[in-house]
Ligand binder design. Structure first.
Ligand SMILES: C[S@@+](CC[C@H](N)C(=O)[O-])C[C@H]1O[C@@H](n2cnc3c(N)ncnc32)[C@H](O)[C@@H]1O
Length: 206
């Protein structure tokens, strides 16, 4: 598993800080602790943050080294996180969620898998529940293989999102926030840029 090499290092490869945009949305819209799913949780920075807030978190992550890191952090902080070492479509959902998060993980999915994943996200969310999703877009330097300005993980990406593509998948949701932007990333490897799309939205009907 390609992320094992990064996550197997002693220090966390990605930032240990939660996604700043997610924290802002949770605070601004007063999202109460509930049942949350972190898709492609990596080393767990967002799962840890949500668990500290009192969310009941399921973290699904195919990299065993990522899962080990989440487990170590959770044990140190005495947090109870349900860590599932598998890919998202293999996760059995017994109870729906109130908050589903995917921070730059949907772009690691091939097209057909991605379509099923979007459907599963919608089906796995309670009415009134929220999604917070960040993906890489075709504006990302990795899309045109601009190696000089792209992340060292750019070759792992399977699907760069087109303009408004992420938003279009959730047009039956109440879209509270949507933005597409460029941002410098200094958290891993050499400083590089990302083209990103971010959505925070609420399921309003089945
Ligand atoms: C760029 S990392 C982001 C990690 C984490 N979400 C964060 O923001 O720190 C992308 C993650 O998605 C995971 N991933 C890739 N394909 C996946 C799949 N089919 N189901 C669940 N996670 C997946 C990778 O293993 C990797 O940890």
């Amino acid at each position: 598993m390609k992320f094992d090499d990064f996550y197997g290092r002693k220090e966390n490869y990605f930032s240990t800080q939660q996604s700043d945009g997610m924290q802002a949305m949770i605070e601004k819209y007063n999202v109460k602790p509930s049942k949350a799913l972190d898709i492609g949780a990596g080393e767990g920075r967002n799962s840890i943050y949500l668990s500290k807030l009192g969310f009941n978190v399921v973290a699904v992550e195919p990299s065993i080294e990522g899962c080990n890191k989440i487990n170590e952090s959770a044990e140190k902080l005495n947090l109870d996180i349900d860590i599932q070492n598998k890919d998202f479509l293999s996760l059995e959902i017994n109870e729906k969620f109130d908050f589903i998060l995917a921070s730059t993980s949907l772009d690691h999915m091939e097209d057909e898998y991605l379509q099923e994943a979007i459907k599963k996200i919608k089906d796995s969310l309670n009415i009134g529940g929220y999604i917070y999703i960040v993906v890489f877009t075709e504006k990302d330097p990795g899309f045109v293989r601009d190696i000089k300005n792209a992340s060292e993980c750019a070759l792992f990406i399977k699907h760069y999102f087109k303009e408004n593509e992420l938003k279009s998948y959730f047009n039956d949701f109440e879209i509270i926030y949507y933005n597409e932007y460029m941002k410098e990333d200094t958290t891993h490897g050499k400083p590089h840029y990302h083209g990103k799309a971010k959505i925070f939205a609420r399921k309003i009907k089945e």
